[in-house]
Design a protein around this ligand. Structure first.
Ligand SMILES: N[C@@H](CCC(=O)N[C@@H](CS)C(=O)NCC(=O)O)C(=O)O
Length: 184
């Protein structure tokens, strides 16, 4: 979202299996994401979106408020995110010999179902929730970038989704929003 809004943001990865004390001091619950906005600590993606939309000037071209955009935010977190995160964790942290094949098959099937769903919803204007970019695009794009980074199936058979993804990925916004998953 910071990338979409053009806000400066310094990203710091947290190993959630070995949380540093300085991170737990910011958020005793120990969950990510956490935003440190010049000393003001905001925990949780929803709270961060609300904080940034309150403190940053409202950009009329970026819809952060409609129900449709928030439904996509929830979809990105729960259906797409929860449905595939074990794939990411195992491919990122585990050994290729120890993959839980049944779990990976479920993640792959959830991923493909999500791709088909997103493909069917891409607006004629090319955005996910209406004729302009919104929280929906901010929420879904990095999830897809993460899945692709860790080897989930590519978007080749979903032409609208692929066009949406690639045009974002090539843009300045997409390059920044996926910098943390793109190998250097
Ligand atoms: N709904 C919350 C979810 C926060 C959350 O569960 N984060 C997970 C990563 S997706 C986490 O920090 N897990 C590590 C842990 O709970 O120890 C949000 O979107 O901010």
């Amino acid at each position: 979202m910071a990338a979409f809004k053009g806000l400066a943001l310094e990203l710091q990865d947290i190993d959630t299996q070995h949380k540093p004390d300085c991170f737990l001091a910011l958020n005793p619950a120990g969950t990510v994401p956490v935003l440190d906005d010049s000393g003001e600590i905001v925990c949780g993606s929803e709270e961060i979106v609300r904080h940034l939309s309150a403190v940053a000037p409202i950009d009329r071209n970026l819809d952060l408020e409609s129900n449709a955009a928030w439904e996509w935010h929830d979809y990105a977190n729960s259906v797409l995110g929860d449905g595939t995160k074990q794939w990411v964790f195992q491919h990122r942290d585990g050994s290729p010999d120890d993959l839980d094949e049944a779990l990976m098959a479920r993640c792959e099937s959830n991923w493909l179902a999500s791709l088909a769903f997103v493909e069917s919803k891409i607006d004629e204007g090319g955005w996910l929730a209406g004729p302009q970019p919104s929280l929906a695009d901010c929420a879904v794009f990095p999830r897809l970038a993460l899945g692709l980074r860790y080897g989930l199936p590519r978007l080749d058979t979903y032409p609208s989704l692929r066009a949406w993804y690639e045009s974002l990925a090539r843009s300045k916004v997409g390059l920044r929003a996926s910098a943390w998953v793109t190998p250097k």
